[in-house]
Design a protein around this ligand. Structure first.
Ligand code: PMP
Length: 382
């Protein structure tokens, strides 16, 4: 069977999470907002337990966690939710980076149409944003800065720790898209300074279709987010709609397991990465790793094979390794990776780049066997 090496797109659900969700689907049938009977109260209990589990993983207060359908929705609420406040208070300048996920970049486009001035910061060729490039763009009108923690294509960790500390001093709202770091860089995420933070459960062995938005209170007040949706009062009206109790139970369990497992997950991920690099070095193939590995997570590798077209390699090798070349959200239409373009990689390097990503549930030995077959395929394409 092909080794699944596309964890940055989505991960297999942990069987413990699935088991718990099934139990909830079977036994907890109420609406968490029904006050008048035990079915509702039981559902509410499940939701609030999960909220506590998310809060514990992130080391935030329980009332700072809001459930959403995933990072895309969290990002939209965090950013578009500030539009009214920004326009009213003449804070109409917002800053992000060229390597963000489309759910940030397209939302910034929407903000532009609403009257905001958008500044986009470019990374260095090593895949990293320089914090001073972000901070130098700040003006008296700046409302918001949004920077991702870990890039989904390269795995490069961005300096959101430094940026967050400085923005806090300047009292500028800071949003972190932690979709690729949550549950993995557990201690790092806990130590960040931010106002808003987004993530999805399915990137760390949880269910698809549920995520969270963390809204840090300052002086007992949430960031000035207005409701983006009309609806009921669920999740403080930030995300109205009937709560998906079993999915929420799933994200809670996912966070609890991550909290207990992240150190052993790291060991597995580092071993897989070392093995892949060793196999590459012994293969005789000419390759380059995209992004400075000193700043890379141990679960991602973005590679360019000299002289080999990535599309051809992915197709020819898919019976051995299931890999991708960039974000699944944009992979319907073939276009060069805008992340690698922003890093100013040459076109032929981009056209020969593939992304491999793995995590809990990956089988190190199986990957070694299949990756050596992928290497043989790559050689046959030269
Ligand atoms: N941000 C980042 C960095 C991501 O990698 C993704 C998923 N590819 C998202 C946001 C969006 O997550 P979802 O599709 O779960 O809403």
């Amino acid at each position: 069977m092909s080794s699944y090496l596309d964890y940055n797109a989505t991960t297999p659900i942990d069987s413990r999470v699935l088991m718990f969700m099934t139990e909830v689907y079977n036994n907890v049938i109420g609406n968490a907002d029904s006050r008048t009977h035990d079915f509702g109260q039981n559902a509410r209990q499940v939701v609030e337990n999960a909220r506590q589990e998310v809060a514990s993983l992130l080391n935030v207060n329980k009332d700072e966690v809001f459930f959403t359908s995933g990072a895309t929705e969290s990002n939209n609420i965090a950013i578009q939710g500030l539009a009214e406040y920004g326009l009213k208070n003449n804070k109409t300048h917002i800053i992000t980076t060229a390597i963000e996920h489309k759910s940030i970049l397209n939302t910034f486009e929407i903000m532009k149409q609403k009257g905001f001035v958008v500044d986009i910061v470019y990374p260095e060729s090593n895949g990293r944003i320089l914090s001073e490039h972000v901070l130098n763009k700040v003006t008296n009108n700046t409302l918001l800065v949004s920077v991702m923690h870990v890039n989904n294509e390269t795995g490069i960790i961005q300096p959101v720790d430094e940026i967050g500390k400085e923005l806090k001093k300047k009292k500028i709202l800071f949003h972190v898209d932690a979709t690729q770091s949550c549950g993995k860089l557990v201690e790092e995420v806990r130590s960040l300074e931010y106002d808003m933070l987004s993530f999805s459960a399915h990137k760390f062995n949880g269910p698809q279709g549920v995520g969270a938005l963390v809204l840090h209170k300052a002086n007992y007040k949430y960031p000035p987010i207005q409701n983006v949706y009309g609806g009921g009062q669920q999740e403080n009206s930030f995300r109205p709609g009937t709560l998906p109790v079993a999915l929420i139970a799933g994200i809670g369990k996912t966070c609890l397991i991550a909290q207990n497992n992240y150190k052993s997950d790291h060991q597995l991920c580092a071993k897989i990465k070392n093995n892949i690099i060793e196999q590459l070095n012994n293969s005789g193939l000419k390759y380059e790793v995209n992004g400075d590995q000193r700043f890379c997570v141990d679960s991602t590798l973005n590679l360019s094979f000299n002289g080999i077209n990535a599309e051809a390699l992915m197709l020819a090798g898919k019976e051995y390794c299931s890999i991708s070349n960039g974000s699944a959200c944009t992979s319907k239409s073939y276009a060069r990776s805008y992340v690698l373009e922003a890093m100013k990689l040459e076109n032929d390097k981009i056209d020969s780049s593939v992304r491999l990503s793995w995590g809990r549930g990956s089988d190190c030995d199986e990957i070694s066997v299949n990756f050596s077959k992928l290497i043989q395929k790559a050689k046959s394409l030269l």
